[in-house]
Write a protein that binds this ligand. Structure first.
Ligand SMILES: [Zn+2]
Length: 254
């Protein structure tokens, strides 16, 4: 409680009354924080362009015990995402998706430095021109992993057979990873991951987003990986993601 000064990402900024804004920050040292930015609507002097989506800022805010909203005193821009947002529609969708996931998974006033670094490194990789579908998958799978939602890929959850020997594996809704024998015939709706997709997930644990997504190859665009990540994320959050359908190009059909 009291004054805090910490590096943060702006995840969202919504108008509050005539003059103010409510800003959602994901801060390195304070986790997710919602704060009122006084006069941010009326005067651009105080906050300038610092409240744009996914700007990395040095934020100074005041928190009081038992009060939900902090008071944002100042935001000094460390790195803007504005050029990236403007570079293409696809990039803008990706940033909205990152922000929505970061907001959904970060915890109120609880620091998650690794999750913070993930967002930072994925944005850097996006600025460096990495492929967007690959970055979306990278961010999703690491988000799942950091929140304990990505099962171990070593052995089949039922028969303990080594999954690296399997031609395909089947992640179930119950967080099991099954070999073909244990999965049985199944229904048409189940998710199947081939060897290349499993290797992609394994590689993700060792390699940064730039290396993974600069020249990613076709595996990162696999429908199986996309469906699997989405099912786990939306299952955990118990809701659909607003920004996903734009990123996936489903925008005009829903
Ligand atoms: Zn098995």
């Amino acid at each position: 409680m009291g004054w805090k000064r910490t590096e943060s990402f702006v995840l969202r900024s919504i108008p509050l009354g005539e003059t103010d804004r409510i800003v959602t920050l994901f801060s390195r040292e304070g986790g997710k924080v919602r704060a009122v930015a006084k006069h941010a609507r009326r005067s651009r002097k105080r906050f300038g362009g610092s409240l744009e989506l996914l700007t990395r800022v040095q934020a100074r805010y005041f928190e009081r015990e038992g009060v939900e909203l902090a008071r944002l005193e100042s935001c000094e821009i460390l790195e803007s995402s504005f050029d990236l947002l403007q570079s293409s529609l696809e990039a803008a969708y990706l940033l909205s998706y990152f922000a929505e996931l970061a907001e959904a998974f970060s915890r109120e006033r609880e620091p998650e430095p690794t999750f913070f670094r993930l967002l930072n490194s994925c944005l850097a990789a996006a600025r460096a021109g990495s492929e967007i579908p690959c970055l979306a998958r990278y961010f999703e799978f690491w988000t799942l992993r950091l929140h304990g939602l990505l099962p171990d890929l070593q052995n089949c959850s039922r028969c303990a057979r080594e999954l690296r020997e399997c031609h395909s594996i089947y992640p179930t809704q119950e967080k099991e990873m099954l070999c073909g024998r244990c999965a049985g015939a199944g229904n048409g709706d189940r998710i199947q991951l081939g060897k290349a997709e499993v290797m992609w997930i394994r590689r993700l644990h060792r390699v940064g987003p730039l290396e993974m997504c600069k020249n990613p190859g076709s595996v990162s665009r696999s429908a199986g990986l996309a469906r699997y990540a989405r099912r786990e994320i939306e299952g955990y959050l118990e809701r659909r993601l607003r920004s996903y359908r734009f990123l996936a190009g489903e925008g005009s059909y829903e």
